[in-house]
Structures are given as C-alpha cells and as structure tokens.
Design a protein around this ligand. Structure first.
Ligand code: FUB
Length: 310
C-alpha cells in the first residue's frame, strides 16, 4: 500500500511542471535560457533579449526572471546591457551565471564589428566573454575585469559549472576549440591553466551552447548539435572522457536551439527556446521565446527523449 502511495506521489511530482512557453510579458522575446536555483530556493532564468525581427542577433541586453513555482514569473528587468562594457558594442548573446563565495557572477558573450554575409572575408565580427559580478542574483552586475576573459579564440556560449568540491569549469563555443574546457580560479574571474581538450570518444560534431550539469555521480555534457538538435555525452568527471549518448530533443524548424537543465524542488527541468509566430507582432517570420519541459532519466542515468509541448 505504501509502495502504491509512493508511486502516486512520484507521479504527482513528475506532473507538477506544466511544460509551456513561459509568459515573460507581452512582446518580450527571449532565448538561450540559463536556469539556476540559488540559495533562496527560487528558480532564476537568465536569458538573451531578442529584438523584434532582428538580423544576425544584434541584441543589446539580458533579462532575468525568477519564480518559486515555475508558473508565475517575476520580471527583474535587464540585469546588464552592452553599455556596461566599455570594450564591446554588439552581440549580447547567451548568458550564464554562477554563485560562489557570497557573490553572483555572470558570464556574458559580447562583441564588436559586423558579419558581412556577401563578402565573408570583409567580416569584422568578433566575440569574447565578459565577466560580471553582483551582490544580488538579479543585479545590477558590473564588468569585473574591464576586458574580455581572453581575446583569442573568438568565443561565445559559455557554461560555467561548479563541481561539488568548489572547482569551477568554464565550457564554451570557440572556433577551433570546441570541446575544450578551462578551470577557473577561485575568484571566478580568471582562468587557471591552459584549455583542456576533452576526450569525446571520437565523435565531435559542430556544437554550440554547451551546458554541463551533474546528477548523482554522472556528469552530462549537453549541447545543440549542429546548432539544432539537443544531444549529450556522459562521464564520471567534468573533463571526461565523455561517452556520446545521442539525442534528447529533436530540432524544430530549421532553426537554432539553446538550453539548460536544472533541478528544482526534486523535478528536473529543461529550459530551451522555440521559434514561433508571435501574435500581435508586426514581424512576419518566426521569433524566439523561452519554453520549458520536464526532463526525466532512466535508472542508468540516460536521458529520456523530450517532446515539445504545444
Ligand atoms: O542568441 C544568439 C545565439 O544564438 C546564441 O549564442 C546561440 O547559442 C544561438 O542560440
């Protein structure tokens, strides 16, 4: 009888999360969600802030929302903008955040220049990682080092993972350096040593937007493979060797995805973005909005495939 009760409670728990596009307010377009549960137990989601009908993702600032039930979301507004970086003026792309030693940290890809689609050799676009710090999870954040974390290689899409022993690892997307990781010093503002090329078991497709998390004694390296389909590797250490496990979310339209996976009140949650025709918008093409789904695991730690909920 108590087993039946437990199964029932389990079922109730796994259905409490209502998968959906998050209501972040009218005409608010967001993407690249990075979900974190900080010490107050609330869920904080840091997102890129799309501009209606934008071309080549010329975004200007980032937003943060929080919730204690994943239903009602509090808008904390922009937590930082390009104006806060003296050395960058474009591409406010996929953010990540971390908490350490009583401070909140944001890792923010920003850049300069423009992409020339007709004559790519004339492109001046460059991106690097800004490191920002705040006393509050919702900001205001300040540029903590006054320059990019490094200038070469061109880098975006950071994922800052802090292991149980307090060691921080920074994963990122950088041309020629995909599937590398670097250890961060305790200040979370400087790197400790060289980039480490990880053993991915011989399979290294084009990646963007890595997201690393730990569940039990398994580490997960997840990514939008070929910028579209969400796939993952598993390992017993944050630097690998990684074993490829395949797809956990198919692609939608011929468009990018970017995600995060985080545990909230016992439930694992996948945040990602969708491309939809936004009602009331004057833009006649699909635009990005943040969505979430419950995500579940098998006994061996592998991830069950997630279907989008309409
Ligand atoms: O939002 C700008 C870029 O689009 C992100 O950095 C990529 O991951 C893709 O989502």
């Amino acid at each position: 009888c108590s087993l039946i009760k437990l199964a029932f409670i389990g079922l109730m728990t796994s259905t409490t999360l209502n998968a959906k596009i998050l209501d972040f307010g009218p005409n608010v377009l967001t993407a690249d969600p990075s979900g974190h549960v900080w010490k107050d137990g609330r869920m904080y989601v840091y997102v890129s802030h799309d501009i209606e009908c934008q071309e080549d993702f010329h975004m200007k600032d980032w937003l943060v929302y929080s919730s204690d039930d994943l239903e009602q979301w509090t808008n904390h507004g922009p937590f930082m903008s390009l104006d806060d970086f003296s050395w960058a003026d474009n591409y406010a792309w996929a953010p990540d955040a971390a908490y350490k030693n009583g401070k909140y940290y944001a890792v923010l890809p920003v850049g300069t220049g423009f992409k020339d689609r007709i004559n790519p050799e004339k492109s001046t676009k460059w991106m690097g990682l800004g490191m920002a710090v705040s006393d509050s999870p919702t900001g205001p954040f300040k540029d903590a080092i006054g320059k990019p974390l490094w200038t070469k290689p061109y880098t975006n899409d950071p994922s800052l993972f802090i292991d149980d022993d307090g060691q921080a690892y920074l994963y990122f997307h950088a041309k020629g350096y995909d599937y590398h990781v670097v250890k961060m010093n305790d200040d979370l503002l400087s790197v400790d040593g060289e980039f480490i090329k990880m053993d991915m078991g011989g399979y290294t497709p084009k990646m963007e937007g890595p997201w690393v998390f730990k569940r039990g004694d398994n580490y997960y390296f997840t990514m939008p493979e070929n910028n579209r389909v969400l796939t993952y590797y598993m390992a017993k250490s944050p630097t690998g060797p990684w074993e490829y496990k395949g797809t956990f979310m198919d692609q939608e339209h011929n468009a990018n995805n970017h995600h995060s996976i985080v545990q909230f009140k016992g439930q694992w949650v996948l945040f990602y973005h969708r491309w939809i025709n936004v009602s009331g918008s004057s833009c006649h093409k699909r635009q990005r909005v943040t969505a979430m789904e419950p995500i579940t695991f098998n006994a061996d730690g592998t991830i069950n495939k997630v279907q989008r909920t309409d």
